[in-house]
Write a new protein. Structure first.
Length: 458
């Protein structure tokens, strides 16, 4: 990441400023050697620097103030005095002294340097930016100043200015490649995808053999909705370096999104022969296999994923879901319980296990306790409310079930399943017309539902 100077760098800079101040002071005082007040000021200044070296900042302040009493026109003495007040935790006084130094000598670099450090320490980024501008005006090719200005502009979201600064750095710094990559990362994280693409294209024009840059450009194009170009770039990166798993993963995701499950499996088979077998490859393989109604093979893929990462509760939860769909109740319960332990009782798995019990009408009181915990964490989750409603239905509490299911219906998660459940409750309550209405509404959301089609038969 691009960042301002570290605490260690700031401490070193303070010492540098002090030594620089001594150099300026000796040069200035030597020019006034014939002047008695100049000699007195120089003597007090030297005593102040000695006190600083000994860490006696209060005594140093006394001597610097005495030096100013003999010569109040010395900007470097104000800087030295400011530094000691800063070290004593009095930044406001330190900044006031620096302003006096700058009033005496405009763009005095030691004063600007110390002012920058103080402002950065106070998180006064806009003011720090102004100081950096002054430093860069004095030393336009100083890459340290330019990089600090870039960091501030990126932090403040001044992206137009940041682009200009990157160009300035690129003109004077031969090691700019890493910097550009960092800037691209910041832009992508900030959602400034078009800016990221601009710099990615510049870097690729300079080096078209970098598969990582081409892949980054491809994913950026996808973010802007340019799927065709994005996928071509990802395929190009994949062909350039087939050993990188994330290139294959991106291709597999794209094919899954198109419901090309067979194509996804072909891509993943190639990936597992050429790249490191990371868990995500097996998880994607399981998804495609399960969509193709090849559940036992999906189970095997998920188990291979867990063999690599045995702590992945998300994979355990998926495995439990597949077992549930296979009607392997004991296996489903086992893997949901493992996921619950590792996820610290994540609401999703509490609900899923509760629903596994609910649809089978078993262990319903325990299921109710599980979903109650899920609802404590997320009380307006439609899926959890639906589960509670269906548990109440299984317990024969139809009015209570209807209350929970109606709450689920009012959430964004409202689904064909919830509407069907409401219909089932009305059927049990003898309101056949209302039941049919909800079955029809549910079928509108899920036209392929066989259970709904059967319920609506004459």
């Amino acid at each position: 990441m691009i960042s301002c100077a570290s605490s260690r760098d700031k401490a070193l800079r303070r010492l540098l400023i002090l030594l620089w101040g001594v150099t300026w002071a000796l040069a200035g005082f030597c020019a006034m050697a014939s002047d008695d007040s100049g000699n007195q000021a120089m003597d007090q200044f030297i005593q102040g620097t000695i006190a600083d070296e000994m860490g006696d900042y209060y005594r140093a302040i006394f001597h610097y103030q005495e030096a100013l009493r003999y010569d109040s026109t010395s900007a470097f003495v104000y800087v030295a005095l400011s530094q000691d007040y800063a070290l004593l935790g009095k930044p406001d006084i330190a900044l006031e002294l620096l302003d006096r130094a700058l009033a005496l000598q405009n763009n005095f670099l030691p004063a600007l340097e110390l002012k920058l450090v103080l402002l950065q320490g106070m998180d006064a980024n806009e003011d720090a930016r102004s100081v950096l501008k002054g430093l860069i005006q004095a030393l336009p090719r100083n890459t340290d100043y330019l990089r600090q200005l870039l960091a501030v502009d990126l932090q403040l979201g001044h992206y137009d200015e940041a682009d200009v600064t990157v160009s300035q750095i690129a003109d004077v710094d031969s090691s700019r490649d890493l910097l550009m990559r960092q800037v691209v990362a910041v832009y992508l994280a900030a959602g400034e995808t078009e800016r990221a693409i601009h710099w990615l294209e510049i870097m690729i024009a300079a080096d078209s053999s970098d598969a990582a840059l081409i892949f980054a450009l491809g994913t950026s194009c996808l973010q802007l909705g340019d799927t065709t170009h994005g996928e071509l770039l990802i395929r190009r990166a994949n062909a350039m370096d087939p050993s990188v798993a994330r290139y294959w993963i991106a291709r597999a995701y794209l094919m899954l999104n198109r419901d090309d499950n067979e194509g996804t499996l072909m891509v993943l088979d190639s990936a597992l022969m050429q790249a490191e077998p990371v868990p995500t490859l097996f998880n994607l393989q399981a998804t495609a296999l399960n969509r193709l109604q090849r559940a036992p093979e999906a189970v095997e893929a998920l188990r291979r994923s867990l063999a690599i990462d045995s702590s992945s509760f998300a994979t355990m939860g998926t495995l439990a879901l597949v077992y549930d769909e296979m009607d392997s109740l004991n296996q489903a319960i086992e893997w949901y319980e493992r996921a619950l332990v590792l996820s610290d009782s994540a609401p999703l798995y509490l609900n899923n296990l509760a629903y596994t019990y609910a649809v089978r009408g078993v262990n319903l009181e325990h299921a109710r306790q599980l979903v109650e915990k899920a609802l404590l964490a997320d009380p307006d989750n439609g899926a959890y409310l639906d589960t509670m409603g269906w548990i109440e239905y299984g317990l024969g509490r139809y009015r209570s079930a209807l209350t929970w299911l109606r709450r689920a219906q009012r959430t964004p998660e409202n689904s064909a399943s919830t509407l069907e459940h409401i219909g089932d409750v009305y059927w049990k309550l003898g309101s056949r017309k209302k039941a049919v209405k909800y079955y029809r509404d549910a079928l509108h959301l899920d036209p392929s539902s066989e259970s709904l089609q059967k319920k609506l038969l004459p």
